[in-house]
Design a protein around this ligand. Structure first.
Ligand code: DC
Length: 221
C-alpha cells in the first residue's frame, strides 16, 4: 500500500507522515530529504547549482540511502550520514536549484518508485500524488494558512536561534511557497483525487486521527 502526502512547507506533513509510518509499520519516504542530500553533496563538491549536466553527472555517481528505524529516518549519501546537515539553512536556501532541475527530478522519481517496491510506504513531498505515485491507494494534501505555518517553524527554530524574527520566517515561507508552486518541473499542486485537509486549526493528533480514519475506511471497503 502507498500513502501519498503532499503539501507546502510547514503544513505538518513530515510529522504526520512519520507518525503514520510508525503506527502502521510502513516505511517512511521523505523525498525532500533526498533533494536536500544531493544539494549538500553538490555544495561540498563545489558543483555549480545551475549546471544541469554537472548536477546529473554528480547524481549518477551518488548513492543515496534512506534508512528508517521506527519511523526515525537517517539519510546517507555515499555512506555519509547527513541527517543533521541537510536541515541547515544553507541547504534550505539552495535546495530549490536541485529540485527544479529536470534531469535530477527524473532520477529522483525513479529512486523513489524503487523504494516503494520494497514494501508498504508513507511517502511525503510535493509531487507524490501527482507524479511519483499516481496509483497510490490514498492521497492527502495538507495545507495551512501561512501565519500558522510560520508559527510552527518559528517554534521549531526558537530554542536554537533566538535572533531569528517571526517576520523573517514568514518571508522565508512565502519565498518557498512561490518557488514550489511556480517552478517548471513538477510544481506543487493538489492531485485531483487527493483529500484536502486544512490543518490551520487542528492539532497534530486531530490531523493524524482524521487521516487514519480515511485509511481505515478504505481498507475495510
Ligand atoms: O519538504 P522539504 O522542505 O524537506 O523539501 C526540500 C525541498 O525539496 C523543497 O524546496 C521542496 C523540494 N521538494 C520537491 O520539489 N519535491 C519533493 N517531492 C520533495 C521536496
Amino acid at each position: 500500500m502507498i500513502i501519498a502526502i503532499d503539501g507546502p512547507a510547514g503544513s505538518g506533513k513530515s510529522t504526520i507522515a512519520r507518525m503514520l509510518a510508525k503506527h502502521l509499520g510502513f516505511n517512511y519516504l521523505d523525498t525532500g530529504a533526498m533533494y536536500r542530500a544531493l544539494t549538500w553533496k553538490a555544495m561540498q563538491k563545489g558543483v555549480a547549482l545551475e549546471n544541469e549536466n554537472a548536477l546529473c553527472q554528480l547524481m549518477d555517481q551518488t548513492t543515496l540511502e534512506l534508512r528508517c528505524k521506527d519511523a526515525s529516518l537517517n539519510v546517507f549519501i555515499d555512506g555519509i550520514n547527513v541527517t543533521k546537515e541537510i536541515r541547515l539553512p544553507s541547504i534550505t536556501n539552495n535546495v530549490h536549484y536541485i529540485s527544479n532541475t529536470h534531469g535530477i527530478r527524473q532520477r529522483m522519481v525513479k529512486l523513489q518508485q524503487r523504494f516503494a517496491v520494497e514494501g508498504n510506504v508513507v511517502a511525503e513531498g510535493r509531487d507524490m500524488g501527482t507524479v511519483v505515485f499516481p496509483q497510490a491507494e490514498k492521497k492527502f494534501f495538507l495545507d495551512a494558512e501561512i501565519e500558522e505555518r510560520a508559527q510552527r517553524r518559528y517554534a521549531d527554530f526558537k530554542p536554537s536561534t533566538s535572533e531569528i524574527s517571526f517576520d523573517a520566517v514568514i518571508k522565508d515561507i512565502e519565498i518557498r511557497d512561490r518557488r514550489d508552486t511556480t517552478r517548471n518541473n513538477s510544481p506543487l499542486v493538489k492531485s485531483s483525487d487527493a483529500i484536502y485537509i486544512n490543518t490551520t486549526k487542528l492539532t497534530i493528533e486531530q490531523v493524524f486521527n482524521k487521516i487514519l480514519k480515511e485509511i481505515e475506511s478504505s481498507v475495510k471497503k
